[in-house]
Design a protein around this ligand. Structure first.
Ligand code: AMP
Length: 360
């Protein structure tokens, strides 16, 4: 068993192969840690900057043993890691942070919203849907239009269909793949916000200033942080984040996606039990960025300072937008982050740029 705080020179294991893992590896290395990555994909963005990389399915017993053997603590950068992988690691006495409850309460949208309501976080009204013929009664209760989403594995707006009338039910259910679903009341939000928050091994909580998010085709395009008028919503956002962190007995960083309503209230859309795209601005705009914060938390270090130092706008570089790297690199006040992904595909997250504004 590892003793916390982990000293520099310890190894942080990461399940998942994407850019979030890559930036976790970069932050870990700044604090003197090594990293070990387990990912099913060869040439993964994070495996190329980690000291150890293991290419195997998440549930491969030998691969999990190899990861546990080199790691002092294991975390994940991807919320759809099979629960079986974490259970197997637990059976090997590996220390995993955040724990398996972070996944079991957030992987399924019905379970997640039930959890959120239980801990006192407001959400839209919702109903579980297992077949198309359950939709009309649920629509009657929730009100039209409503959004049908797959319960599991939806991301970036995928696996969603609007239901405007009972007659839409027959088409909407197959449109999302005919899988177990949730029907959600439409949130008539005025803007979308998110709060990135961390909880340490000692229960200490740190919240970043709320950011405002703009999506394009269901994919995050821009985050402005701190959000205009953030002070007015920060207490409610922090209260929600704290209830989620404590309700999950969480160790690490998570993102809470919020709908800001016209009357000033907030609803929680969903929780991402990991570092979050809308927190990338912290790399250049905050005293301690979300990646370092997560490494600090899982390693049992004191949490870093979440204060914003600059007004920052984060723009995702999707698909061929990353081909503008040379122009962006020459822009004053712009900090370019590229993920080392070889193949450009439409909508693929290739990198991001943080543009620094006024010092705070
Ligand atoms: P999600 O995959 O749940 O994060 O949804 C992706 C995007 O769809 C959100 O960022 C919102 O823009 C929109 N959306 C999701 N749920 C709702 C809802 N209940 N009402 C209105 N818009 C929604």
């Amino acid at each position: 068993m590892s003793a916390f705080p982990l000293p520099p020179g310890s190894t942080i294991g990461i399940l998942g192969g994407g850019q979030l893992g890559r930036m976790l590896c970069q932050a870990a290395s700044r604090l003197g840690f090594d990293t070990a990555v387990l990912t099913p994909r060869p040439h993964a963005p994070d495996a190329r900057v980690a000291a150890h990389s293991i290419v195997a399915p998440y549930t491969d017993g030998d691969a999990l043993e190899a990861l546990a053997a080199v790691s002092d603590v294991i975390t994940f950068e991807f919320e759809n890691v099979p629960a079986e992988a974490l259970n197997r690691l637990a059976a090997m006495d590996a220390v995993v942070a955040p724990g398996s409850r972070a996944l079991s309460e957030t992987q399924d949208r019905v379970v997640e919203k039930t959890f959120l309501n239980r801990v006192g976080c407001a959400t839209v009204a919702f109903a579980p849907i297992d077949s198309a013929d359950q939709i009309p009664a649920a629509l009657e209760r929730i009100g039209a239009p409503a959004l049908l989403k797959t319960r599991r594995e939806g991301y970036d707006g995928k696996g969603q269909a609007w239901v405007r009338a009972p007659d839409d039910a027959a088409a909407a259910f197959p449109a999302i793949g005919g899988k177990p679903a949730i029907l959600e009341a439409r949130a008539d939000f005025v803007r979308e916000l998110s709060v990135i928050a961390a909880r340490g091994r000692d229960g200490q909580v740190a919240c970043y200033p709320v950011g405002e998010n703009r999506h394009d085709g269901g994919i995050l395009h821009l985050t402005r942080a701190p959000a205009p008028g953030w002070q007015a919503v920060q207490p409610q956002a922090e209260a929600f984040a704290r209830r989620v962190l404590e309700g999950l007995d969480y160790v690490g960083v998570l993102g809470v996606e919020l709908f800001a309503m016209g009357d000033g209230s907030l609803l929680v859309n969903e929780v991402a039990p990991r570092v979050h795209n809308s927190g990338h601005w912290t790399q250049d705009g905050a005293a301690c960025d979300q990646f370092e914060q997560h490494i600090r938390a899982v390693a049992g270090w004191p949490l870093g300072d979440p204060r914003a130092l600059f007004e920052t706008e984060m723009q995702n570089l999707l698909g061929d937008e990353a081909e503008a790297w040379e122009t962006i690199a020459a822009e004053p006040g712009a900090r370019l982050h590229l993920y080392g992904k070889g193949e450009i595909r439409p909508g693929r997250k290739m990198g991001h740029v943080n543009r620094l504004g006024r010092a705070l």
